[in-house]
Design a protein around this ligand. Sequence first.
Ligand SMILES: Nc1nc2c(ncn2[C@@H]2O[C@H](COP(=O)(O)OP(=O)(O)OP(=O)(O)O)[C@@H](O)[C@H]2O)c(=O)[nH]1
Length: 184
Amino acid sequence: MPQPKYRKIAVIGYRSVGKSSLTIQFVEGQFVDSYDPTIENTFNKMVFVNGQDFHLQLVDTAGQDEYSIFTESHSVDIHGYVLVYSVTSMKSFEVVQSLHDKLLDMVGKIQVPTVLVGNKKDLHMERVIKPEEGKKLADSWGAAFMESSAKENETAVEVFKRIILEMEKADGNAPAAEKKCAVM
Ligand SMILES: Nc1nc2c(ncn2[C@@H]2O[C@H](COP(=O)(O)OP(=O)(O)OP(=O)(O)O)[C@@H](O)[C@H]2O)c(=O)[nH]1
């Protein structure tokens, strides 16, 4: 059996967008309704994706805004980024754009494995950001995009599977189907 691949992922975004809720839904399979602002938490989880075991270390960061200064925990040893906004908050969508710019400045690269996530998609009446707007932004970054609800286990799992695939792509390990397309 091949050894599990160790991958460290940072979950970043404005306050109260659901970073902790998504992470806890993925790691523990439950939704926490209360709001308890995070300072910083790290979670470990083993997953099996694409025929490979991964040991994920998830860094659930404190909510940031456009004035936040990124600390070492946002860059040292991080293999991939989950950038979260809430589809109910224009401010969080603006902030995620400035966080992405800062992130690239800090790591000194033009692209890093990233999934842009529009969370709280279950709050239909409060939605202010359309899926197309999120997709357009992610495309401009060369990142993956999806919407999620931390209330549903399925979409939380999907978020972390997507970032694994993005990290694998960056390592030159695209899934078999994609490799086939590239040859054609
Ligand atoms: N309806 C709904 N509520 C959500 C969802 N995700 C999070 N929430 C709620 O939104 C609030 C904030 O969620 P958190 O997960 O604490 O947000 P956070 O981004 O970690 O917040 P900070 O620690 O301040 O950065 C909580 O009351 C959650 O229950 C979602 O997908 N749908």
